[in-house]
Structures are given as structure tokens and as C-alpha cells.
Design a protein around this ligand. Structure first.
Ligand code: SAM
Length: 361
């Protein structure tokens, strides 16, 4: 099965289920995933400077600590100048992609988002700008794109209708989320999607639906991380998602999508102190450290015990350097766009054909 995936061939539903069900294939999976990652991206790890601009949110996702109805949380928003200052600090630390992420906060209307996007691009024309501001109209997405945004992250969260309804209130819909992702692609963004691993009520069938949906969407970026409990949500009694299953899925995704930008997420680093390193070794190639001002870090609390909330951006950057070097990779100062067309020597199947031709010549 692993070799089938490695040769860019699809698996049947049963084969994917077998792969997900236990650790029998893990060794082979991680070895092959590392090989593919190496062929496409070498030792490079791309970093994205994450600016968490607001923890106000109009939504009420049952799993999320910044959901609208969490009255215990102190709310904050960063203004244009604070956001620009985060980006300037990040630039000096070697970041060439900035990610503006936040709850769905209507305070940031289209004009303001466009103003911030164009100011960032004007100050740092060699950088990529990623937005992750939730569901918007196609027209809004188009305006942000025209103002300079290059990429958009919007996890689908779960591709199974009935599971989506168990994670979200009736006001939200999977159809709408999928439509947003299609709109973003049509406009020309590099699109990122993804899901939580081990979210409440999730089954193997749901994960299979996630993989099939990603095959349809063909995103440039795929963000997955374990679901982590937050004490002030309706899901407070559900336990955390599994490190092992998340790593297994990263390996599978790397083989299914050799060119994808796959982060070793903060959630992975929260569920296990070595989670991000293990993520890189399982096939991930991106890290997204926090550039938000120290005083608001703790307030962007999607889940309990989130890591790196007490460190300055520079400290985080140094710490990551060591962690990445420790697993044989290297942080690069680069925009880190997704590779789109397979270079002749990147896709495993092609490499093997070339190797075979040499052998039989
Ligand atoms: N509002 C934007 C959106 O909906 O895409 C961006 C912010 S949202 C908080 C970012 C991501 O956090 C979500 O896509 C979700 O997968 C993740 N998240 C929220 N609560 C989480 C939890 N309890 N455990 C793990 N991840 C969580």
C-alpha cells in the first residue's frame, strides 16, 4: 500500500482504512514520506510568521476556545500599526511570509483588510501574505487578493456532512465552507485546507472523507493538527486527539500530495513536547511560529495549554532553529511558495522510471 501511494497511485477506501487503523505500516510510511519530502523540498523548512490579529469571533464552533459564547475570555484586537510592527519584527527575524489569522471579527471590514494587506505588501514586497479570516463573500476574497494577499487558509474541519453538524451550530454549513474554498481557488489564491485529528465524534470514515475531499480540492497547503480540549467549550469533556494518528496522517498526506506545504502545527507541539519535530520527520515542511505581541498571546486560546505563549518572537525563532537543526532540517529565509509543476526529478514515480531506464539501458 505504501509503495502504491509512493508511486502516485490512489488507494481504495479499504486500503486507506487499513492504513489508518493501526501502526502496522508506520515505519514504512514515515520512511517513504521523508524520502518524498526530501526529493521535493530537500532539507528546507519554511517558516510563516503568524499574527493572531483578533480573538473576537461571531461563530460558535463547539470545539474552539475563542467561540462567541465563551464569556470568560478577555477579547482583544490588533490595530493596523500593531500588525505592521509585528511584520517588521518578523522580517528582521527572517520571515518572508506573514499569516494574518483571527476569529471572524466584523471589525475588520473589507476596506480595513485591504488597507492592511496593501500596507504589508508595500513595506515588504518580497514577502507573501496569507490570510486566515474565515468565511467571506467571493467579492471580499477578490478584493483581498487584488490588495496583495497571496494565500488563504480555511480548514474544512471535516468533510463529512453529519460530522460537520456535530462540530458546528446550525448557522454554519459544510456546503458554504466548501464553496468558499472553491471561490478562493478560482480567484487564484494558493489555498490551504485541513482538519482536526481526533475531534469529538470523528470516525475512520470521516477521515477517509477528509482525504477524498482533499483529493478533489488539490490544495497547495494542508494544515492538520490534533483536536485539543478547551475547558470553556461544550466539548470540554472530550479528550485530546492522538499524536500518533496525526503523524500517520501527515505521512499519508505527504505521499498523496508530494508538493503540498504541510505545517507541523502548534497543536502538534502542544500535544507532545517533541510533536513539531516528529511532524517534520513524518513529512511536514512548514512551521508557523507566533509573531503576535506578547501581551495578547495567551488570549488567542483555541485550546488549553497552548505552547509558546510566554516567549518573544526572537526567542521562538532561536528555539525553532535548534529544534529544526536537531532533526536534520534547515529553516530557510524564503517566501516558500508551493511547488506546482513537478520538476522532472521530484515526483517519486518519475524518478523511478528514470532510474529504471538507466538500469535497462
Ligand atoms: N476564523 C478562521 C477560520 O475559521 O478559519 C481562523 C481561526 S480558527 C480559530 C483556526 C483553526 O483553529 C480552525 O480551523 C480549527 O481547526 C483550529 N482549532 C480551533 N479550535 C481548536 C481546538 N480545540 N483544537 C485544535 N484546533 C482547533
Amino acid at each position: 500500500m505504501i509503495d502504491k501511494l509512493y508511486h502516485n497511485r490512489d488507494l481504495s477506501d479499504q486500503e486507506f482504512s487499513d492504513l489508518l487503523a493501526g501502526d502496522a505500516y508506520d515505519r514504512q510510511l514515515f520512511a517513504r514520506a521523508a524520502q518524498v519530502r526530501h526529493k521535493v523540498y530537500g532539507k528546507a523548512v519554511y517558516i510563516r510568521g503568524l499574527v493572531e490579529l483578533s480573538n473576537y469571533c461571531r461563530n460558535n464552533c463547539y470545539y474552539c476556545g475563542i467561540r462567541h459564547d465563551n464569556r470568560k475570555l478577555s477579547r482583544y484586537r490588533l490595530d493596523r500599526e500593531q500588525i505592521l510592527a509585528c511584520c517588521s519584527d518578523g522580517y528582521a527575524l527572517g520571515f518572508r511570509t506573514f499569516v494574518l489569522q483571527g476569529g471572524e471579527d466584523p471589525y475588520y471590514n473589507d476596506d480595513l483588510v485591504c488597507e492592511i494587506a496593501s500596507a504589508i505588501k508595500e513595506a515588504h514586497p518580497d514577502c507573501a501574505l496569507t490570510l486566515s479570516l474565515g468565511e467571506k463573500s467571493k467579492e471580499s476574497y477578490r478584493r483581498f487578493f487584488n490588495a496583495g494577499a497571496d494565500r488563504y487558509l480555511l480548514r474544512h474541519e471535516t468533510a463529512a456532512e453529519e460530522h460537520y453538524r456535530r462540530l458546528h451550530p446550525p448557522a454554519m454549513s459544510l456546503a458554504r465552507r466548501k464553496q468558499c474554498l472553491m471561490d478562493l481557488k478560482e480567484i487564484g489564491y494558493q489555498v490551504g485546507s485541513g482538519f482536526m485529528v481526533g475531534s469529538p465524534h470523528q470516525t475512520g470514515r470521516h477521515l477517509l472523507a477528509d482525504l477524498r475531499f482533499l483529493q478533489e480540492l488539490q490544495p497547495a497547503m494542508i494544515g492538520i493538527g490534533p483536536y485539543l480540549t478547551h475547558q470553556d467549550t461544550p466539548f470540554k469533556l472530550f479528550g485530546n486527539g492522538s499524536l500518533r494518528l496525526t503523524l500517520r496522517l501527515i505521512g499519508i498526506l505527504r505521499l498523496m500530495f508530494p508538493m503540498a506545504l504541510i505545517p507541523a502545527t502548534t497543536a502538534l507541539g502542544t500535544v507532545d513536547p517533541k510533536g513539531r519535530e516528529l511532524g517534520l520527520m513524518a513529512g511536514a515542511n512548514v512551521l508557523m511560529p507566533n509573531l503576535s505581541p506578547l501581551k495578547v498571546r495567551k488570549l488567542y486560546e483555541l485550546y488549553d495549554n497552548k505552547i509558546c505563549t510566554g516567549e518573544e518572537a526572537a526567542e521562538c525563532r532561536m528555539c525553532l532553529n535548534d529544534r529544526v537543526a536537531g532533526c536534520g532540517y534547515e529553516i530557510v529565509v524564503h517566501r516558500g511558495d508551493a511547488k506546482t509543476a513537478p520538476a522532472a526529478d521530484t515526483l517519486p514515480g518519475l524518478v523511478l522510471e528514470a532510474e529504471a531506464a538507466t538500469l535497462t539501458a
